[in-house]
Every structure is written in structure tokens, then in C-alpha cells.
Design a protein around this ligand. Structure first.
Ligand SMILES: [Mg+2]
Length: 166
């Protein structure tokens, strides 16, 4: 842990954990059919190893894992258990103009941050503002292609970010 401050790792579901755009899905992903409404099912793809990989990253860096996803609390009931992740803080975002940026900024506050998402390109002005306000802090926005999901490369990017400049 860095000077008593617990770093934060923020995870999005669709894109980083569920590579919806991959065709075909890489071998390590398994399909899961989830109920998403009255007689509606949604197929998602998850890599069961992602749970261990993220927990290990958090343990090594002394960081907290948290969700920032449109799945909101369903990330803890539908996604986490399938990856072997414990219930995590859900960062709720309601600011439509700012996407997830304002809510993540509030929750991360003065902590070093690594954030896995596939949509950083949305609301580029808010993104610049977010990064600018955190320029004195480690802020790694790790873009994950929804065609690949989180890879070893993304995880080492996260390790470097926390290791390099707390
Ligand atoms: Mg996404």
C-alpha cells in the first residue's frame, strides 16, 4: 500500500470482461446465458481466470477493486460470482453528460487509480477534465478493446502504473 492510501482499480464489465465484439470468442471465454427480464435471456462471455488475475493484481498493489458498469449491482450478483470475485463496491453513475467520470472521480478522490474500460472515447471533454484534475495522481485509463477483453498486456500496464509513480 502506498503511504496508507489504498489505490483503486475500477472495472467495467462489457468490453473488458465480456468481449462482446470478439468473433469468434477466444478459447479461454465461456458462454453464460443470463436472465435479463421477463423471458429475456442475454448471452455473455466470461474468462473464469479474470477473477484470479484481478484479485492478484489488487493484492499485490494493495488496491481495492470496484465496479463502474451499466450492470450496476447486478455485477455483484451475475458477474462477480462467475469469476470468483467477492462483492465489490458499485460506483453508481447518473450524470448523463459526464458518463462515469464524475462518479469515479468522487470515489477515487485522492487515490492512485487504474481503470479498465472500453469507452474512454465517450465525452472527450469530460475525460480531459478528469485527467487534468488528477494530474498529480497516478491515473491509468487502460483502454480494453471489446474484441479482446482484458489481456496480460493490460494487467502489466496496471502494475506499471501503480509501481511507477504512486
Ligand atoms: Mg463497456
Amino acid at each position: 500500500m502506498l503511504g496508507g492510501v489504498k489505490p483503486l482499480i475500477v472495472i467495467d464489465v462489457d468490453g473488458p470482461l465480456n468481449p462482446f465484439a470478439a468473433n469468434p470468442k477466444p478459447d479461454n471465454y465461456r458462454p453464460f446465458d443470463l436472465e435479463v427480464g421477463w423471458r429475456r435471456r442475454l448471452r455473455i462471455w466470461l474468462d473464469p481466470d479474470h477473477g484470479d488475475q484481478l484479485r492478484q493484481l489488487a493484492e499485490e498493489t494493495g488496491a481495492e477493486l470496484a465496479w463502474a458498469t451499466t450492470w450496476l449491482h447486478r455485477a455483484n450478483t451475475e458477474i462477480g460470482p462467475r469469476l470468483g470475485l467477492p462483492p465489490l463496491k458499485v460506483i453508481e453513475f447518473h450524470d448523463e453528460t459526464g458518463w462515469k467520470y464524475p462518479a469515479v472521480a468522487r470515489y477515487a478522490y485522492e487515490r492512485p487509480l487504474v481503470w479498465f474500460d472500453d469507452d474512454f472515447g465517450l465525452h472527450s471533454a469530460r475525460r480531459e477534465e478528469f485527467v487534468h484534475k488528477r494530474q498529480h495522481l497516478t491515473t491509468a485509463l487502460v483502454h480494453v478493446d471489446p474484441g479482446t477483453g482484458i489481456s496480460a498486456q493490460h494487467l502489466s500496464e496496471a502494475r506499471e502504473a501503480f509501481g511507477g509513480n504512486p
